[in-house]
Design a protein around this ligand. Structure first.
Ligand SMILES: NC(=O)CC[C@H](N)C(=O)O
Length: 234
């Protein structure tokens, strides 16, 4: 049976439908989850999508991190359920302390949208196993608060333990420390990143311009990685 992957919709989520479509293209069932419920509907994995949850009030992700469904998401993540946070979803994971550090305004104070090159630094996570270690991929980036910060001790731990999942290549678009674009937890089930894999899952709709070098499908492998991992678990 196809795995069931839930996508949480918060007020202000933008990319929840795109995440659902990416999940279906990876041959899984997409399940819509609602921020105000305490019900994960028996899903096997969860995606926290991009957008402006609660209007980015206070800090991006701060209010979503204490919304009702996050009680269940945090418990499930701590029990090993695969959770992927994309952009605003990454901000939610950080605000919920499922991943360390913080995300602040881009260094140039502008909203940045670009096809972004990334290096896959850790392919031993549930969401990255279909990549080669050190592989370069291209997926879209679009955010205003993508600057990754952490204290020296945390940065040292992230680097020492291989918890940097993705690093910006070519251009650091937002001033993130150590060019960090995405992180994993120790167990490899919780991954968060600022760029958007769900927008690079179909030819013609992702970064498939000649200069982007790729087919526009690099994002699909995040979802097929998780589907593979879930299939092996049974
Ligand atoms: N694309 C997004 O998810 C945007 C994330 C966030 N609200 C920001 O602008 O930083």
């Amino acid at each position: 049976m196809a795995p069931r992957i839930g996508v949480v919709t918060f007020p202000g989520s933008l990319d929840d439908r795109d995440a659902q479509r990416a999940i279906r293209l990876a041959d899984a069932e997409a399940v819509a989850l609602w921020h105000a419920d305490h019900d994960l509907q028996g899903v096997d994995a969860i995606v926290l999508p991009g957008g402006f949850s609660y209007g980015d009030y206070l800090r991006p992700g701060a209010i979503a991190a204490i919304s009702p469904i996050m009680t269940e998401v945090i418990a499930a993540a701590n029990a090993g359920m695969p959770v992927l946070g994309i952009c605003n979803g990454f901000q939610v994971l950080v605000e919920a302390h499922l991943l360390p550090g913080g995300l602040i305004r881009n260094a140039n104070q502008q909203f940045v949208r670009r096809d972004q090159r990334l290096i896959v630094e850790n392919n031993r996570t549930v969401w990255t196993s279909e990549f080669e270690q050190g592989e370069e991929i291209v997926i879209p980036l679009k955010n205003g608060d993508g600057g990754y910060i952490a204290n020296d001790e945390t940065l040292k731990r992230l680097e020492g333990d291989g918890l940097v999942a993705f690093r910006y290549a070519g251009v650091n678009p937002n001033g993130s420390l150590n060019d960090i674009a995405g992180l994993t937890n120790e167990r490899g089930n919780v991954v968060g990143l600022m760029p958007h894999p769900e927008h690079a899952v179909e030819p013609g709709f992702g970064p498939d311009a000649p200069e982007a070098m790729r087919s526009g499908l690099d994002g699909l492998r995040f979802f097929t990685s998780a589907v593979q991992a879930l299939a092996q678990r049974v």
